[in-house]
Design a binder for this molecule. Structure first.
Ligand code: C2E
Ligand code: MG
Ligand code: MG
Length: 559
């Protein structure tokens, strides 16, 4: 049989080349097998390949692949070999070494042909690596290189089918104060933090055991770790410090997380349970102000309830099922109404839903801000009607969730509503609760001073519930302090420490010219105590529960 020409051999090489596989070893093997006849024609004795993938989003730790193929055992020595390095389009490296048959020297044409063969090898290897990435794209989070949620479902379903999920715990977490960090250091630094945190997490995972690190967008992360690995993982999560460049300086930021955990020994646990339940547990960390919470089944019911609330609440506002009730505030001596607090009520299916049943969901989701503005508008609208009817109203306070402080236009937005109804600011008071952290205080102060410029009163609600610091009166310019019901209840119980604190608190606030009002006053004993120690204003069931706008109007009419 006549010997085949190089051209025929080249055609044969390309004709049958494997275009479907993306595994580098299979591709390499395939090409080398096909190269054989050509290599012999060209006196090519050996080809050695090293393919280096530098760390990228598809391979967070990078990888390297080596293979060698001998076509003729008479391989020339290293000195005779030709080494060519290709930079691939993804800035990876494909190093190819070509060895002639010992004693053979390539002429120019042969050398170019051999070189071309090495190029073909490199092209096919790169193609394989790219296909590999392309196939993984739908399952990878492009910012961090971790799995995304389809990626978790895909890998997790594998574990689920093998009944292995019972050996795993799932963790859903996000960063504490990430909004603040993003705002202070910029979103680019926010991305740096997310990426570096992701890398730490990825390096911790034992991928071979099936552990998964994933990002579900924003600063929401998910991990599937072996149960025996969970404690170490939780330690890692709260032991991350990230260094960023900020205004030319290196800043070290300790990153803390809030995490929800789920694990089950049920053989039938699904990957869907693992993600959903850890996520639900995580949503409770914010509500309960805790850093770490394990899932319990009742959380699922609450989460479903909250979800339903969030869906139907906007329509309830539009349909005016949401209304303000007014709880009068009284002067202890004159027993006259001197103000009122607007408290939200939801009239649904013939009953009033207590705020405790829907406010936590709105607070967790942020839509409480809409509610607060809705309430402000309802109150302003009521005040306008009363004023138009010639009734002199009292100052009404509206509760503002601290989430409102994230809105830099909060003061302007508030004033806009007052203007819309042409309400004199002397009729409006805004109740805020204590915040934690200096940044929040700064925001609060900016808001308070703008409201003061306009003439609106600002009160501090629920004073005494948290670990209140006296500095708050120095740092923040409140007009009114509302002593929380828990304080007032302790008068009833003769708790000595509380009564001493109360007496001195009333004295101090009076000297600071801060108005003081006691909340939740229910008994004669409480009333007498407050009277004796100089607290003149009270709000509580002793005088009146929160009442509808009609009943309230009746009350102010009567004075
Ligand atoms: P808060 O602002 O401290 O309001 C006082 C709460 O104590 C009200 O509960 C009121 O009904 C209740 N209360 C008043 N006097 C007495 C008393 O003598 N005895 C007892 N047992 N309770 C008394 P409510 O209406 O259930 O509201 C609970 C909380 O929900 C409020 O506490 C406030 O933090 C929040 N809230 C209510 N309406 C709104 C709103 O429109 N926006 C926001 N952001 N929060 C609101
Ligand atoms: Mg209040
Ligand atoms: Mg209160």
């Amino acid at each position: 049989m006549a010997e085949k020409t190089n051209w025929e051999l080249l055609v044969q090489l390309f004709e049958k080349i494997n275009m479907t596989d993306d595994r580098l070893d299979v591709i390499c093997e395939d090409i080398m097998d096909r190269l054989g006849p050509l290599a012999r024609n060209l006196s090519l004795a050996k080809v050695a390949i090293q393919y280096i993938i530098f760390p990228n989003v598809f391979q967070l730790c990078g990888s390297s692949f080596k293979c060698e193929h001998i076509f003729d055992s008479a391989v020339a020595d290293e000195e005779e070999a030709v080494h060519i390095s290709y930079d691939t389009i993804r800035h990876e490296k494909c190093d190819v070494s070509l060895y002639p048959v010992r004693g053979h020297e390539w002429d120019d044409l042969k050398y170019r042909s051999v070189r071309m063969l090495s190029q073909i090898v490199s092209i096919y290897m790169t193609r394989g690596a790219l296909i590999n990435d392309l196939k993984r794209t739908p399952f990878v989070d492009i910012l961090t290189g971790l799995s995304n949620s389809p990626g978790v479902i895909m890998s997790g379903t594998g574990l689920e089918k093998e009944g292995k999920l019972k050996d795993f715990a799932s963790v859903f977490f996000n960063f504490k104060n990430f909004n603040y960090i993003n705002k202070k250091y910029g979103v680019n630094n926010g991305d740096v933090i997310i990426k570096q945190h992701a890398l730490r997490m990825f390096q911790f995972m034992n991928q071979a055991e099936g552990e998964i690190a994933a990002r579900f967008g924003g600063d929401n992360f998910f991990a599937l770790v072996k149960k025996e690995h969970l404690d170490d993982f939780l330690i890692l999560l709260n032991d991350v410090e990230i260094i960023i460049d900020f205004k030319g300086e290196k800043v070290t930021l300790p990153i803390k997380v809030r995490a929800g955990i789920f694990d089950s020994s049920d053989e039938n646990t699904t990957i869907n349970n693992m993600t959903t339940n850890a996520n639900i547990a995580c949503s409770f960390t914010k509500k309960l102000n805790m850093d770490l919470i394990r899932f319990t089944p009742d959380m699922f019911d609450t989460a479903m309830h909250d979800k339903k609330t969030l869906i139907i609440f906007p329509a309830a506002m539009a349909a005016k099922e949401i209304i303000p009730f007014y709880q009068p505030k009284y002067n202890i001596h004159t027993k006259r109404i001197v103000g009122a607090e607007a408290l939200v009520r939801w009239f649904r299916n013939g009953r009033f839903v207590p705020p405790g049943e829907f406010l936590p969901a709105l607070e967790a989701d942020g839509s409480i801000r809409k509610l607060d503005f809705y309430m402000l508008e309802e109150v302003c609208s009521d005040l306008r009607k009363w004023l138009d009817a010639g009734i002199e109203p009292v100052r009404v306070s509206i509760n503002y969730s601290k989430l409102n402080l994230q809105n830099p236009r909060l003061a302007d937005d508030t004033i806009a509503i007052l203007s819309k109804y042409d309400i004199d600011p002397k009729y409006i008071e805004i109740e805020l609760t204590e915040t934690s952290g200096f940044e929040d205080n700064e925001r609060m102060n900016r808001f308070i001073s703008k409201m003061h410029e306009y003439g609106v009163t600002i009160s501090m609600d629920d004073f005494g519930t948290g670990y209140s610091s006296l500095n708050i009166f120095k740092d923040l310019d409140f007009d009114v302090v509302k002593l929380d019901k828990t304080f007032i209840d302790n008068i009833e119980r003769d708790i000595e420490k509380d009564t001493v604190i109360m007496i001195n608190m009333i004295k101090m606030l009076s000297e600071l010219k801060i108005e003081i009002i006691a909340e939740g006053v229910e008994t004669d004993k409480q009333l007498d105590f407050l009277k004796e120690h100089g607290c003149e204003l009270v709000q509580g069931y002793y005088f009146s529960k929160p009442v509808s706008r009609e009943e309230f109007l009746e009350k102010i009419r009567k004075g």
